[in-house]
Design a protein around this ligand. Structure first.
Ligand code: PLP
Length: 366
């Protein structure tokens, strides 16, 4: 079975088997990770190892901190504004689809939000070209969503913004391609796509931004407070699974390896869609996502049947996000190349079968 869910997404078998092995008794200590005090030596070892492996994977510069928090990226849409707009009244946002729009709507509660570029007019089918952005040098930060999970568009070049800190929601493409962390003031991601199970939200922040918070920000969500010392109980089990994922990613060859593989997987699927008139996609080729491939059947009435047939063939969770419908194949790090090949084979058979009666009709009528 191949699970194309956009999130919570599939995890590698190796990670699940390791977790199963450790479930009742972590490394002979007699208890499960779920039962450990977060102040224990055992949990400290798990958390430090996850922190160090993640730092290695992303080449974390010395002046950045990784925070293992909760709330999900949706909560951090507000928390980013509360943590970074303490001294400045405005923030810039680039609107590229469903999730950046949610981020904008939340941030508006805490200050003035300037939408400095938007692709709404074109149905969020592209990333607005950087030269059109109207950046405000006095803004607290400029926010982007590196990959729009629902719309299937992605920044393939991260803009080099010098004037204000660049803040990015990287929830759906974190660790799927190399990023230069020093280009950002802050990045954040929910875990359930490429990192592990839900419950963990990772925030990576540059040191100089740790003291920009508003008075009202709750202590557990104050990035500066959390960086100083742990305020509350961390999502220990999610951090543990994330740690297993990080070590698996390193063992497999690191992000460089996965980036190449992810680009190949996506290209294969897009190339196939381009070659078969039965399917199409509407996003601009230059901005199409390598992790959430969104496409449609030319006859939208066939969509439900396609999804049902795919399920019967062990290809599950292909339904597109509610805001745009159609089909979405999420090809995160854990999706093997064989999963994409199997999907393409299925799509080929499906279109051939569907086209057959039409062909026979043509023959019998001629
Ligand atoms: C890009 C992006 N941002 C934010 C979110 C919201 O994440 P959560 O539901 O974990 O808060 C999602 C969820 O799919 C997402 O894809």
């Amino acid at each position: 079975m191949y699970n194309f869910s956009a999130g919570p997404a599939q995890l590698p078998n190796e990670v699940l088997i390791k977790a199963q092995h450790d479930l009742l008794d972590w490394q002979g200590c007699g208890i499960s990770v779920m039962e450990m005090p977060f102040s224990s030596d055992e949990y400290k070892q798990i958390s430090d190892c996850a922190y160090n492996d993640l730092s290695k994977l992303i080449n974390l510069p010395d002046n950045y901190r990784i925070l293992f928090l909760q709330g999900g990226a949706y909560a951090h849409f507000s928390l980013i504004a509360m943590n970074l707009m303490g001294h400045k009244a405005t923030a810039d946002y680039v609107q590229t689809g469903h999730w950046s729009t949610r981020a904008i709507n939340e941030a508006k509660r805490y200050g003035q939000v300037n939408i400095i570029a938007s692709s709404e007019q074109s149905g969020f089918n592209q990333i607005p070209p950087y030269h059109q952005w109207k950046l405000d040098p006095d803004a607290a930060y400029c926010h982007i969503t590196t990959n729009e999970t629902a719309n299937g568009v992605q920044f393939h070049k991260i803009p080099d913004i010098q004037t204000v800190p660049l803040v990015a929601d990287v929830t759906s493409d974190f660790l799927t391609r190399q990023l230069d962390i020093s280009q950002f003031g802050l990045i954040y991601a929910s875990a359930q796509k490429n990192i592990g199970p839900t419950g963990l939200t990772i925030v990576i922040i540059r040191d100089d931004l740790l003291n920009q918070a508003m008075e009202i920000v709750p202590a557990v969500f104050n990035y500066g407070r959390q960086a100083q010392s742990r305020v509350n109980t961390p999502p220990t089990y999610s951090v543990y699974i994330a740690g297993l994922m990080f070590s698996w990613l390193l063992e497999q060859g690191g992000i460089q390896h996965f980036e190449l593989q992810n680009r190949d997987k996506a290209k294969k699927l897009y190339d196939f869609i381009d070659s078969d008139e039965f399917y199409h996609y509407t996003v601009d080729v230059a901005d199409r996502s390598i992790v959430n491939v969104c496409f449609e059947l030319n006859d939208p009435e066939m969509t439900e049947d396609f999804i049902t047939e795919a399920n019967h063939n062990g290809l599950i969770n292909l339904r597109g996000h509610g805001v745009r419908g159609g089909i979405r194949a999420s090809l995160y790090n854990s999706m093997p190349v064989e999963g994409v090949d199997t999907l393409i084979d299925f799509m080929q058979d499906y279109s051939a079968n569907y086209s057959l009666p039409t062909l026979q009709n043509t023959v019998s009528h001629s």
